[in-house]
Ligand binder design. Structure first.
Ligand code: SF4
Ligand code: SF4
Length: 191
């Protein structure tokens, strides 16, 4: 097996490491690959790359491979890994940082649908103070070009009253709107 000099790799990948620290506060160099995070992760069974391997790939500068992985998007941010980590690595924050960087740079195709979902989610939240589920589904279908996606599921739900036909009405809508506005500012206007 080929030996890898991690210190050398870290020198080569300083930019990635700094970017991750800036977004998450997590220094991936502290991970010593014990694997406890992956062993306790409730979502590991559906991930294509285990959480500790994501960190190892980042340590090795395999940014493209990390971006192609669905793992950061599947992570439920439950923090089980964080509570188990002997090195105090905040993996949820790291996963979130990978998502933000990927999102901001519009880096991979599979993120396009997440972007559509995110902007529609924020649109309805901003407009009604709560998510208008039917509007969200229609937005997704229209913008992804899958016009009839889940129609056989959605229609019976509307008919049975499990999916509201009309947008929600709530009190203090402006308060939610202000919170959404603040989140937009924090995220640099991406919402
Ligand atoms: S538990 Fe912590 S130190 Fe161990 S592999 Fe996971 S992130 Fe790295
Ligand atoms: S935060 Fe993500 S990676 Fe960590 S245990 Fe939960 S689902 Fe797994």
């Amino acid at each position: 097996m080929k030996e890898v000099n991690l210190t050398e790799k870290w020198k080569q990948n300083g930019k990635i490491i700094e970017e991750l620290i800036e977004h998450s506060g997590v220094d991936i160099r502290n991970c010593y690959q014990c694997g406890k995070c992956s062993a306790g992760c409730p979502m590991a069974f559906v991930m294509d790359v285990s959480p500790n391997r994501i960190i190892r790939m980042l340590q090795l500068g395999m940014w493209e491979e990390v971006l192609q992985s669905r793992t950061p998007w599947i992570c439920a941010l439950c923090a089980t890994c964080y509570t188990r980590c002997p090195r105090d690595i905040d993996l949820p924050k790291l996963m979130d940082a990978v998502r933000v960087i990927t999102y901001n740079k519009n880096m991979v195709d599979h993120v396009k649908n997440e972007k559509i979902f995110h902007s529609s989610f924020m649109k309805w939240l901003y407009r009604y103070g709560r998510i208008y589920e039917l509007g969200l589904v229609l937005d997704l279908n229209l913008k992804t070009g899958n016009l009839f996606n889940d129609v056989e599921l959605g229609l019976p739900m509307v008919l049975k009253g499990r999916l509201d036909f009309l947008p929600p009405r709530i009190k203090n809508k402006d308060l939610i709107r202000r919170m959404a506005e603040r989140a937009r500012q924090i995220e640099g206007g991406q919402a």
